[in-house]
Design a binder for this molecule. Structure first.
Ligand code: PLP
Length: 424
């Protein structure tokens, strides 16, 4: 096992005992007997401990840690994290609705995204969120106009695009000039020159988020240094920056990566902010959620061709799209280990009519049979939240394990759910 943040030898609470996969204190096979498959299974302990490692690493700076709802938005997950002191980072009216459902305080909610609609902006103003992370001048004008109409004053951070390469997958790179995110330094400077015209959207913060699954501190430091230079110049002209939102992006361990730990990250970046008086904000998603969940699935058939052996499972790319979408690697573990089984090379594939519907290719795994359960590991982030009903497949259930108990925190969808709101 690679290194870890919170245990000596593990990064999550899924482990084997007597050949059985456990989540915390419960056998996964016991859960599956009740819920069926496919099923997302989350560890309450892993979720909250990953949050705790960040809180501990950054304690001296007293940041507001706003968990990024998009990574895993199940209410039970949000509630667990909010109860432990997290705020929430949202990107839509729907995520705001979820944040309110778990009673996340408005003053602990920040709102990003390039395409906030007027309706979403109104709802966020009503909810008295702490900050809008603004991504363009038209959006800033829109927020200002709506706030004025509502006779409210709102706080706004400008999301700066610092044009830094985070060295991650192209689709999760957000801090380079050619991406749609944020505002470049020149435009931001112009906004600040004329900032008084935004009478009801008070530009009091800077936001930066350069991408996701970033494994070293170097791109963060590069981006933050550029931002600090920019702020220094601004403050030279009398402008005060109250909030500095440093985004998310910390890498999680999927396989043999060796990303920085929370402690190392803090050690690397906190010196940059020494003697500064900003309220620091972070928006971690993947770092907290990825290793906190697995997707359990059952082998339906084992199919052999002249060139391949396929394990066809009952989860598909509609349930978990990362391998198809990003070519992402995820370990696949048997839920019950047969120590005597030989290793075979498999493609683990779903039932969907797309060649991209796979979870592993040419992977050596213990021999398996129809009926066996498998766990696709590290699927707690960008798993269920990216699931769809493609091929008219009801979405999987979600289960939260806490110590010796488990609870279905989202029911498996039914065929009726599939057609809700439709008319023939
Ligand atoms: N903040 C913003 C603005 C984002 O766009 C994202 C992810 O896309 C996050 C935070 C969370 O990123 P991560 O899950 O890599 O921590």
């Amino acid at each position: 096992m690679p290194r870890t943040d919170f245990h000596e030898d593990r990064i999550h609470d899924f482990f084997y005992k007597n050949g059985e996969l456990y989540c915390d204190k419960i056998r996964v096979s016991k859960i599956l007997k009740k819920t069926g498959t496919p099923a997302y299974i989350y560890s309450h302990k892993t979720f909250t401990e990953h949050l705790a490692t960040l809180q501990k690493a950054f304690r001296s700076a007293k940041p507001l840690i706003c968990y990024s709802v998009k990574a895993n938005s199940n209410l039970a997950v949000l509630r667990a994290l909010v109860k432990k002191g997290a705020g929430l980072d949202i990107v839509s009216g729907g995520e705001l609705f979820r944040a309110r459902k778990v009673k996340c305080l408005g003053k602990k909610t920040v709102y990003a995204g390039v395409g906030k609609t007027a309706e979403e902006i109104r709802a966020a103003i009503k909810a008295r969120i702490l900050l809008f992370n603004v991504e363009s001048i038209p959006e800033l004008e829109q927020i200002n106009a709506i706030a004025k109409k509502m006779r409210k004053k709102v706080n706004v951070s400008l999301r700066i695009n610092p044009n830094v390469d985070p060295h991650t997958h192209e689709y999760i790179t957000t801090g380079r000039a050619e991406t749609k995110f944020g505002i470049d330094f020149e435009k931001a400077r112009e906004i600040f020159k004329d900032v008084k015209r935004f009478t009801n959207a008070q530009v009091s913060g800077i936001h930066v988020h350069i991408g996701s699954q970033i494994e070293t501190g170097t791109p963060f430091v590069e981006a933050f240094q550029k931002i600090l230079e920019f702020i220094d110049k601004l403050e030279g002209t009398g402008i005060k920056i109250k909030f500095l939102n440093l985004g998310g992006g910390l890498g999680a361990i999927y396989s043999d990566e060796n990303p920085q730990t929370a402690e190392e990250f803090a050690r690397k970046i906190l010196p940059l902010f020494k003697k500064r008086k900003f309220q620091l904000i972070f928006e971690p998603g993947r770092f907290i959620a990825a290793n906190s969940g697995i997707l359990a699935t059952q082998v339906i058939y084992v199919k052999e061709t002249d060139v391949k052996k396929f394990a066809i499972v009952d989860a598909g790319m509609n349930d978990f799209i990362r391998p198809a979408f990003y070519g992402a690697f995820h370990h696949i573990w048997p839920v019950v280990k047969n120590e005597k089984a030989h290793g075979w090379v498999y493609d683990v594939v779903g039932p969907i009519c797309e060649s991209g519907d796979f979870f592993a290719k040419d992977r050596e795994l213990l021999e398996m049979r129809a009926g066996d359960y498998l766990a696709i590991m590290t699927t707690g982030a960008y798993g269920f939240t990216m699931a769809s009903n493609y091929n008219s497949r009801p979405r999987a259930c979600e289960v939260m394990v806490k110590g010796t108990t488990f609870k279905v925190v989202r029911k498996r969808e039914t065929y009726q759910d599939l057609i809700r709101g439709e008319r023939a």
